[in-house]
Design a protein around this ligand. Structure first.
Ligand code: G16
Length: 543
């Protein structure tokens, strides 16, 4: 086997976004494109020589070929060992767990998460560090810099590894260890939760539907929910990961998981519903006739965490991304624990988890997780809810409404304007940014603005400052309007408009969220003029 050094012209568009490099599958299939990014990763972390990595992903189109390329490049760059999920499959949280459990130098995850897959869809590559968490900004900056300076990459000339066969095989001097992608993760879940209590819940006739959206959580949810806990067969639907997710958009929200929504909103619907995304790190939670917004979900989980064995001793702290509603803050205040407000992107939570400044973290973008791994974890969130339901013996609606009565309700919604012309999106953002200094001293529509700024984050652990993380207008009554550009899209620019209003109760806690927010939505359009400037009649997705 010989190492081939291939001379290349560097690509100039390999800047990782909110979570790794995401491009059209066709863009990744261009000659040398994947190879250049992988070489940039190895160069940015001081080379691969003697190192051990984890490799796997959500099985979307191009994954099998990409895994073989990465293995040949790891071998050519001197890696000692690569631990690969059988069939190159690993959910993102399972990959994070494996990195931590095996003490590897990091891992490469092949996924574009909730973005559609297939030849016309998206592909992605993400590097996680030895902590198990997504590479932090300084590392992604180094990867980007390395990608621009690249003159060549190294690849072993050899045939494909057999990724269907469990066990260890050699590629040159490097060992490839093919492991069961589900077993370690399922064991971890069994250690965190009271499977017996959840099992008893199912035996009492509790009905659940889990929509794996033809993506990676299928095998994990089937093993954990149906085999280990004993939920009836058929609890998990769309359970086989498909390269194009069966044409579905594997994003667990009311728009894209519409069949599950319809089933759950029916009068005779199941007691509990959940869905997960392409790579298994997101979750959507539903009760019969009720949708739990992700911002409420993390607040409910924090308030009830001590009912779950792994968190029985209490929480060190909690964290949420800035655009996530402040429902969590009031729970933290009641528990007298720290509550951190970070920029969007799970990588910002990793450091807080490592330093034991936070035990649970959550984001409005259907991400919830804890210190058990360094990624958000869809199935973990579902098991948290199940464990709490088993202990409280109340319905999802009862738990949610009880939570609002105790803490008040943060009505919350995100409006997405997808694939806008990049110049139009920039005009909207620039227009608001220009007006921020004047807004801060105004009363608008009967509300006083107490803060109007571009969010900058100071990491409490290392003091690093990350500016430019979203424009926010905060009113005296706690209402907020937030605008930021998505960092995960692959077409044009997507604007995310986050809207929030707090009702203390006891009245007015059970309105429809869109109706309760109508005034804030109208105010946002007056200020931002997204519809006027883009010509759109409304958002593409509302969550
Ligand atoms: C990633 C990040 C999340 C972030 C989400 C949306 O999730 O890990 O922290 O909230 O993207 O980011 P944006 O608003 O920039 O599109 P995932 O599930 O796509 O990996």
């Amino acid at each position: 086997m010989t190492v081939q050094t291939v001379a290349v012209e560097p690509f100039d568009d390999q800047k990782p976004g909110t979570s790794g490099l995401r491009k059209k599958t066709r863009a990744f299939r261009r000659p040398h494109y994947l190879e250049c990014f992988v070489q940039a990763i190895f160069d940015a972390i001081g080379g691969a020589s003697g190192k051990t990595f984890v490799l796997g992903g959500d099985g979307r189109a191009f994954s099998p070929e990409a895994a073989q390329v990465i293995l040949r490049m790891a071998a050519a760059n001197g890696a000692a060992r690569v631990i690969v999920g059988q069939g190159a499959l690993l959910s993102t949280p399972a990959a994070s767990h494996l990195i931590r459990k095996r003490g590897t130098d990091g891992g490469i995850i092949l996924s574009a998460s909730h973005n559609p897959g297939g030849e016309d869809g998206d592909f992605g590559v993400k590097f996680n560090t030895a902590t198990g968490g997504p590479a932090p900004e300084p590392v992604t900056e180094r990867i980007y810099a390395a990608s621009r300076d690249l003159t060549d990459y190294r690849i072993m000339q050899t045939g494909d590894a057999d990724l269907a066969r469990l066990g260890t095989q050699a590629m040159g001097d490097m060992l490839i260890e093919v492991v069961d992608p589900v077993a370690d993760y399922a064991d971890l879940m069994e250690n965190l939760f009271d499977f017996r209590a959840i099992s008893a819940l199912f035996q009492s006739g509790f009905r659940m539907r889990f929509d794996a959206m033809n993506a990676i959580t299928g095998p994990y949810a089937t093993e954990v929910l149906e085999r280990r806990i004993g939920a009836p067969a058929g609890t998990v639907i769309r359970a086989v990961p498909l390269p194009d997710f069966g044409g579905a958009h594997p994003d667990p929200n009311p728009t894209w998981a519409d069949t599950l929504m319809a089933e759950m909103m029916a009068p005779d619907g199941p007691d509990f519903g959940a869905a997960s995304d392409g790579d298994g790190d997101r979750n959507m939670i539903l009760g019969r006739g009720v949708y739990v917004s992700p911002s409420d979900s993390i607040a409910v989980l924090a308030a009830n965490a001590t009912l779950v064995p792994a968190y029985a001793a209490g929480l060190a702290g909690v964290a949420r991304s800035m655009p996530t509603s402040a429902a969590l803050d009031r729970v933290a205040a009641a528990l007298d624990i720290e509550c951190h407000e970070t920029p969007t992107g799970w990588k910002f939570f990793s450091q807080l988890l490592d330093a034991n400044r936070a035990t649970l973290c959550g984001e409005e973008s259907f991400g919830t997780g804890s210190n058990h791994v360094r990624e958000k974890d869809g199935l973990w969130a579902v098991l948290m809810w199940l464990n709490i339901l088993a202990e409280r013996k109340e319905s999802v609606r009862e738990i949610l409404e009880g939570h609002w009565r105790r803490f008040g309700r943060n009505y919350y919604s995100r409006h997405d304007y997808e694939a806008l012309d990049a110049a139009v999106a920039e005009r909207v953002v620039a227009g608001l940014r220009e007006r921020l200094p004047t807004l801060a001293v105004q009363a608008i529509d009967g509300r006083t603005v107490v803060l109007a700024d571009d969010f900058a984050y100071t990491d409490p652990v290392d003091g690093s400052v990350t500016p430019g993380q979203g424009l926010r207008i905060v009113f005296g009554d706690g209402a907020r309007i937030i605008l930021r550009k998505s960092g995960t899209g692959t077409e044009g620019a997507t604007l995310r408009l986050y809207l929030e209003r707090i009702v203390a109760g006891p009245d007015g806690l059970t309105e429809d969220a869109q109706e309760a927010l109508a005034g804030i939505v109208a105010l946002a359009e007056d200020l931002l003029r997204i519809k006027a400037l883009s010509g759109r009649t409304g958002p593409d997705v509302i969550t």
